[in-house]
Design a protein around this ligand. Structure first.
Ligand code: IPM
Ligand code: MN
Length: 371
């Protein structure tokens, strides 16, 4: 199969982690005789520096004409710490979400037994945790009308949803639940908010079309607690934009490192695959960032292309590195491996060379000798 992939390396650690995903994708292409054609495009602080625009039109054009987008991270402290900055990297995110109509952000949360010690949760709460969050990405308070008065003593913003916006993501979530453990939890605040009442009504109606899926409803305040005290109860979580932003970040801590988690945003045209972590500028250029979030995002991309066996091989390569503790500094601050070594090991695994001619002594040599 031939696929065109738009690559947004972005800022901070974005380029170095994405480079590892490209390596892994190249190994898959070689093994399974696919052709992946990459087109680099600018977004974020690098785009502001080069063009004055955090999301040049050319980038949108390339993304719209590609089969998928591999996204690194964007953001730079020089904009984060300057509230008066007129152009900000986040504006680019919203513009891209709009341009591609990325209405569903999907974040799977998994745990690895060898990394249980990293999680702030007790080990017994982590066993069998495997759920996925469907966050609506184009509506709600993020995109509602915003106003403030002249002397900034008053501000308001609207939270709006239409039934069509709720329906399209709900169908995606129900279909996924059918393929998983057949349980869907809608998280809302329908004891208070009109938009939440609408979500509940629509989801109840849609549920009739998926009789094999068990549907639960939770208020968001209770859900925030349940994710910590009993995360294994969840299979598919469905929720609106702001609740999804907050709950998915909360859920990230379960697996122990933000660096491990992938995501995809699905829309009407090209889907975008990105690690959950941000641009982590302090680590940029040091070859220490965790490439797993990006590599697992690439695995999600393969799955999306219908390349199931390929995706499975990438995932088992990732699991192999984690089980053997070939991990980056965020996971093991003492015996850590470099970003590029982890990427290289996964490509070796894909080529079937790990048990044979990978010389583990060389791997050991490429480990940090800081301690
Ligand atoms: C995310 C981020 C963005 C969001 C920010 C950077 C605007 O937190 O992708 O989750 O809130 O959507
Ligand atoms: Mn967020």
């Amino acid at each position: 199969m031939k696929k065109n992939i738009a690559v947004i390396l972005g800022d901070g650690i974005g380029p170095e982690v994405t480079q590892q995903s490209i390596r892994v994708l190249d190994a898959i292409a070689e093994k399974f005789e696919h052709e992946f054609i990459y087109t680099n495009c600018l977004m974020g602080a690098v785009a502001i520096d080069a063009t004055g625009n955090p999301l040049p039109d050319e980038t949108i054009e390339i993304c719209l004409n590609s089969d998928a987008i591999l996204f690194g991270a964007i953001g730079h402290p020089k904009y984060d710490n300057d509230p008066t900055a007129k152009v900000r990297p986040e504006q680019a995110l919203f513009k891209l979400r709009k341009a591609l109509q990325l209405y569903a952000n999907i974040r799977p949360i998994a745990t690895y037994p060898s990394l249980h010690h990293l999680s702030p949760l007790k080990e017994k709460r982590l066993e069998e945790v495997d759920f996925v969050i469907y966050r609506e990405l184009m509506g709600g308070i993020y995109f509602g009308e915003k106003k403030t008065n002249e002397d900034h003593t008053w501000a308001t913003e609207e939270c709006t949803y239409t039934s069509a916006e709720i329906e399209r993501i709900s169908h995606l979530a129900f279909k996924d639940a059918q393929k998983r453990r057949k349980k869907l939890t809608l998280i809302d605040k329908s004891n208070v908010l009109e938009t939440s009442k609408l979500w509940r009504k629509i989801v109840k109606d849609i549920a009739l079309q998926y009789p094999d899926v068990q549907v639960d409803f939770l208020y968001v305040d209770n859900a925030a607690m349940q994710i910590i005290i009993n995360p294994k109860q969840f299979d598919v979580i469905l929720t609106e934009n702001l609740f999804g932003d907050i709950l998915s970040q909360e859920a990230c801590v379960i697996s122990g490192s933000l660096g491990l988690l992938p995501s995809v945003s699905i829309g009407n045209s090209t889907a975008l695959f990105e690690p959950i972590h941000g641009s982590y500028p302090q680590a940029a250029g040091k070859d220490i960032a965790n490439p797993i979030g990006s590599i697992l995002s690439a695995a999600m991309m393969l799955e999306y292309f219908g390349m199931k066996e390929e995706a499975k091989l990438v995932r088992s390569g990732v699991e192999w590195t984690i089980k053997n503790l070939f991990v980056t500094k965020d996971v093991d601050p003492i015996n850590f491996y470099f970003t590029s070594t982890v990427g290289e090991l996964i490509t070796e695994y894909i080529h079937g060379r790990v048990s044979g001619d990978v010389n583990l002594e060389n791997v050991e040599l490429r480990k940090s000798t800081i301690i």
